[in-house]
Write a protein that binds this ligand. Sequence first.
Ligand code: NAD
Length: 283
Amino acid sequence: MYEIIDGKRISQEIKDEVKQETAELAGKGIKPCLAVILVGNDPASQVYVGNKKKACEYCGFDSISVEMPEETSEAELLEKIKELNEDDSVNGILVQLPLPKHINEDLVIESINPAKDVDGFHPVSVGNLLIGRPGFLSCTPAGIIELLKRSDVEIAGKECVVIGRSNIVGKPMSVLMLRENATVTICHSRTKDLKEVCKRADILIVAIGKPKMITKEYVKDGAVVIDVGIHRMEDKKLCGDVDFDDVAPICSKITPVPGGVGPMTIAMLMKNCLLGTKRQNEV
Ligand code: NAD
């Protein structure tokens, strides 16, 4: 019988820990503040930004929402980031992606002060991750490590296969699993014999962006399966990259969609913002 890895419960646990620590910091006159910049009117981005604001309120953080119109120029956005970089009352800066096409995302990410890079996307954060120095970890992969650890999944020495090599999920995920001493294989769109490679995995982490692509033919009996994908189907229901009903019966543990990896991302963002605040105040 498989066990569900409950991301809703674990993310709540993390937010409560952050809230508790924030209350303790308040005694020292310190209150974390997250600035979130949204450019344009993308409805999904508006929902994400709203959720981040709610999480800030829950944890006891201040939050600043900077809403800029679709036609904002790259220079105007960079100027806004510079202002927030220099504002000592702001501890974390997040620019909601994707940005309108006329703005260079890489340039924008690079313009954030790495000490306030709570998304962990700045090249300095990515470099620190790679060489094992302290820094901000990208939220979704860091959340998956928390899911595994808090569900008592042993990582050291296990065969881990990560499907996907994006900069925000696949690559940082594989480095984090390596850091936890797993033997890591990264698969992508050009991998040959994907099924065979995946079948070796004790821990299979799926971030492909294709609804229900992973069926039981890709999964070893007793594997732990983490589904990063999130898709809204025609019937309005959400599903992941894994065909849950097909795969779950042969797993030992599996994340559902929704309620698995999804809720962890914001919880880890809160954790990063608290960490940044502590570092900036040297406490
Ligand atoms: P992406 O499109 O940037 O990357 C997908 C990766 O999958 C690529 O590296 C590609 O090589 C690989 N791939 C594509 N087709 C493949 C195939 N047929 N066989 C093997 N590999 C293949 O996507 P992403 O940003 O990494 O996101 C992946 C999924 O995770 C999406 O569904 C996204 O919505 C979701 N996501 C969820 C969260 C969350 O908080 N839960 C966060 C980020 C992304």
